[in-house]
Design a protein around this ligand. Structure first.
Ligand code: NAD
Ligand code: 89V
Length: 342
């Protein structure tokens, strides 16, 4: 198996999970060859902690000096457009963290650039790779409940997200960009593409700049309807951060993902219950282990797709579809009416 030399760009809060994940994936033929952060102390610290030979302060220099087979960008959204271009220009296959871009135009521009250059570009959209989501996708593929006709996708927490990511409090477009991308992506994965969407946005925490709560109603092309909601301002107990709760109904039964990663599958009036909690990896910590395990699964999926010469499930073009829903939600909320998708 040919070894892939990886460069990680951005060594901040969330990149620690990527660095652990790629280290765990060494047996799959990937090696972190270099790390990069504009903050030298973070680049050095990541290189020391993960035993990486080279560290850089500048991504273009790293891309010139290293022979990289893959780049993983874990910087914040406002940098994605430039950093993705820096990686695509020398034709290095690239993964970029969610949110793909700050707006739909930037997402489309990055997807176009990669497509024209014929370069692999994928978005690290990890929610669909979580243990329960993988299980639910399998059940739906197997036709366990028939074609879904109704669903609720819900991420509601009051967890102090601002402690680890203080910059979120200052985002002008906040929860839809940060969390909406995840829950809307799940709605697409489970119920298919969307033809109409309406949304109500709220800023319930007076200390944050953007909307912290989004409640959306989607009509899917299949005729299914879903309620998709996310908030960082819930007072509900137990607070199940960072779990997404789900209900999906079809003609033959229902799938309900409950707090504690408990999955109830009801078929023909009989319910079976499954424990779908993620394994706690040796570097992971509760409650983040659900997300952390999904980072490993997402990175592994990217490697498999790259080696197979196919697009990732969350390729740039796929993620543009999810981002289209985010943009439609902002439009729908501003206009106070449903938006039809092309
Ligand atoms: P952060 O600010 O802690 O880290 C970003 C790092 O990138 C910083 O160290 C910064 O110095 C560095 N950086 C900025 N511009 C750079 C450049 N041009 N070249 C090299 N380094 C550069 O941010 P974070 O909280 O780690 O978030 C990073 C990304 O991860 C965001 O897009 C965020 O939405 C995403 N995230 C995803 C999940 C998830 O579950 N998928 C969870 C948390 C955060
Ligand atoms: O995706 C994110 O940015 C995180 C979450 C907690 C949802 O993983 O904030």
């Amino acid at each position: 198996m040919e070894r892939i030399a990886l460069g990680v760009i951005g060594c901040g809060f969330f990149a620690q999970n990527h660095l652990h994940a790629w280290t765990d994936l060494r047996s799959k033929g990937v090696e972190i060859a270099a790390v990069c952060d504009v903050d030298e102390s973070k680049a050095r610290a990541a290189a020391d902690k993960f035993g990486v030979k080279s560290w850089y302060k500048d991504a273009e220099t790293m891309l010139k000096q290293e022979k990289l087979g893959l780049v993983d960008i874990v910087t914040r959204v406002e940098t994605h457009r430039d950093v993705v271009s820096q990686a695509i220009r020398p034709r290095v296959p690239t993964i970029v963290q969610k949110p793909f871009g700050p707006d739909l135009a930037a997402c489309r521009a990055m997807a176009d650039e990669a497509q024209k250059a014929g370069v692999f570009l994928a978005v690290h959209e990890n929610f669909r790779f979580q243990v329960p989501m993988r299980r639910i996708a399998e059940l739906l593929r197997a036709g366990a409940i028939g074609t879904p006709s109704w669903a609720r996708v819900s991420f509601r927490t009051g967890y102090d997200i601002y402690k680890g990511q203080p910059y979120l409090a200052n985002e002008e477009r906040f929860v839809l960009i940060d969390l909406g991308v995840h829950v809307l992506d799940l709605a697409r994965v489970f119920l298919g593409e969307v033809e109409q969407l309406s949304a109500e946005l709220q800023r319930r925490n007076p200390d944050v700049r953007g909307e912290d709560t989004a409640t959306m109603l989607l009509r899917h092309k299949s005729g299914a309807v879903s309620i998709v909601e996310c908030t960082y301002e819930s007072r509900r107990l137990p607070d199940v951060f960072p779990e997404t709760l789900l209900e999906i109904e079809g003609p033959k039964g229902a799938i309900v993902l409950k707090p504690g990663s408990v999955l109830d599958v009801t078929i023909a009036g009989k319910t079976t219950t499954h424990d779908v909690d993620a394994p706690v990896l040796n570097w992971a910590e509760r409650p983040w282990h659900i997300i952390q395990e999904s980072v490993v699964a997402t990175c592994e999926h990217m490697l498999e797709a790259l080696r197979a010469g196919r697009a990732a499930d969350t390729a740039a073009l796929d993620n543009v579809r999810t981002f289209t829903l985010v943009e439609a939600a902002y439009q729908a909320a501003a206009a106070g009416r449903a938006v039809r998708l092309a």
